[in-house]
Design a binder for this molecule. Structure first.
Ligand code: MLT
Ligand code: ZN
Length: 475
């Protein structure tokens, strides 16, 4: 990235004028939350945070920034894991927060769609769908603060991908402001429209490097009449993979959540997070959080899945099972899973990987990946958890219980290389759901297919020839 001058006072004044007095922050204390990322890996600087309240304002801002060559960093809920929304440290970039654009513009339960603005918090979008008896199924630990625009820009995944897909699968049309200020209005609610290139997909997962998504048409779904939630103790990951395919058949693909959790992760949660309890009296090596939704009529979901689970138990695929018998218990089970990142954070330094391989190959990957890490850091604690049904694990290593954080973190380059090289041998991805941001730019250059990389660069150049959009991220 070429160094850019800091924006002139005159340009900053013109930007302030576009959004009016309620629409900007420029005092040190006010801009502070926008200068660091969720994991505190990066620290940036900016002279101005703009908070536009309309698509037209976003368009005017980008037009001016494009003319003046000012770098623009779009930010949603600032929950990125890869520093995708943190400005550079030289103070040359302005930040655009979409948080004032949070309206649900329309809900059409008969067409199973709703139009929401980019700054709408995910939990609000879920609630808007629920109010009309529909489901918006994207589900993430950060759903109380992450925003639809960020979910789209990072193609968020989460814990219901198995049944409903990633954010890319949950959207029909988009409204996007292009770097030169033109508005690409593709807010279409159509499910079929074969009229040329699919421009929409370019902006999903682009992390704000091609333009700013300002609104989206989200797909809605029917709500299951009943939901079965369980924690299963399993002997080993291979048993979990077999079990999942059995449950998919038995439920006709209604498994929405199938999350793998090693004992070590559960230990970290039970030790560090209040109001958590072990679901069993006995310790097991591995667990799965399972959730299956019925159809619209509750046609004996619990009975048939319980029968399937007890058959699996007879065959040794399950060692024990705890089924939630109330909403409160269901929440307790979810709390165990969703507290893993925080439970692990409180155990000191961790080196994180967000990998995916074929689900059927995950068990072998876990063995080989653990071995690869422990050859470099024999005492590292491997915390391999996550979305087994999607072939996506957070394949993390926590610092040894004895030892200091800094010497463990110094091993990160070697550990990352070993894990990501192994992922590449499996034909997998080094970033399954957390994106590239600043953190994984080097890995993108190293592992992405060179032809794909060159096409990405051509697209970037075609849409953003001056390179103003989220400079220093992704490419
Ligand atoms: C999760 O699945 O919990 C997140 O994607 C990963 C994390 O928060 O570490
Ligand atoms: Zn995850």
């Amino acid at each position: 990235m070429n160094a850019r001058p800091t924006p002139s006072a005159e340009a900053l004044d013109r930007l302030r004028a576009i959004v009016g007095p309620q629409g900007f922050l420029d005092q040190a204390g006010d801009v502070e939350p926008f200068l660091t990322d969720h994991r505190k890996l990066y620290r940036g600087a900016t002279p101005l945070v703009l908070r536009p309240d309309s698509t037209d304002q976003v368009a005017a801002i980008l037009r001016l920034c494009n003319e003046s060559g000012i770098g623009v960093v779009p930010v949603g809920g600032n929950t990125s894991y890869c520093g995708g929304a943190t400005p550079s440290a030289d103070g040359s970039q302005i930040v655009i927060s979409l948080s004032r654009m949070r309206r649900v513009r329309a809900v059409d339960p008969l067409n199973y769609t709703m139009v929401v603005e980019a700054g709408c918090v995910l939990a609000q979008a879920q609630a808007a769908a629920s109010e009309v008896g529909r489901l918006f199924p994207l589900s993430l630990g950060s759903e109380g603060s992450c925003q639809i625009g960020g979910n789209l820009s990072t193609n968020a995944g989460g814990t219901a991908v198995l049944r409903y897909g990633m954010m890319r699968d949950l959207v029909l049309g988009l409204e996007v402001v292009l770097p030169d200020g033109r508005i690409l209005d593709s807010l279409s609610s159509l499910r079929k429209d074969n009229t040329g290139y699919d421009l929409r997909d370019l902006f999903i997962g682009a992390e704000g490097t091609l333009g700013i998504i300002t609104a989206a048409v989200c797909k809605l779904f029917s709500r299951p009449a009943s939901i079965l939630t369980a924690i299963l103790a399993i002997p080993e990951p291979a048993a979990a993979v077999k079990l999942l395919s059995r449950l998919r058949v038995a439920s006709c693909d209604c498994v929405s959540t199938f999350e793998l959790m090693p004992r070590l992760a559960l230990d970290m949660v039970l030790k560090n997070i209040s109001d958590t309890t072990d679901p069993f009296d006995t310790r097991y090596n591995w667990y799965v959080l399972l959730e299956i939704g019925s159809g619209g009529y509750d046609t004996g979901l619990h009975e048939s899945i319980e029968a399937e689970l007890s058959k699996a138990m007879d065959e040794g695929l399950i060692a024990n099972a705890a089924l939630a018998s109330s909403d409160a218990q269901r929440e307790k089970f979810w709390r165990l899973r969703e507290s893993i990142p925080e439970g692990q954070r409180r155990e000191g330094a961790s080196i994180k990987h967000d990998i995916s391989v074929s689900s059927s190959e995950l068990p072998r990957f876990i063995v080989e990946g653990s071995d690869a890490i422990q050859q470099i850091a024999p005492e590292a604690r491997i915390v391999a958890y996550g979305h087994l049904g999607d072939g996506n694990l957070h394949f993390n290593a926590s610092q040894p219980t004895q030892g200091d954080a800094a010497s463990f973190e110094a091993l990160a380059p070697r550990i990352n290389r070993a894990v990501h090289d192994l992922v590449a041998r499996y034909g997998g991805s080094f970033s399954a759901e957390h994106g590239i941001g600043q953190l994984k730019r080097g890995e993108l250059q190293r592992y992405k297919n060179p032809v794909a990389l060159s096409v990405m660069k051509s697209i970037k150049h075609a849409l953003d020839p001056k390179g103003i959009m989220n400079p220093g991220k992704v490419l």
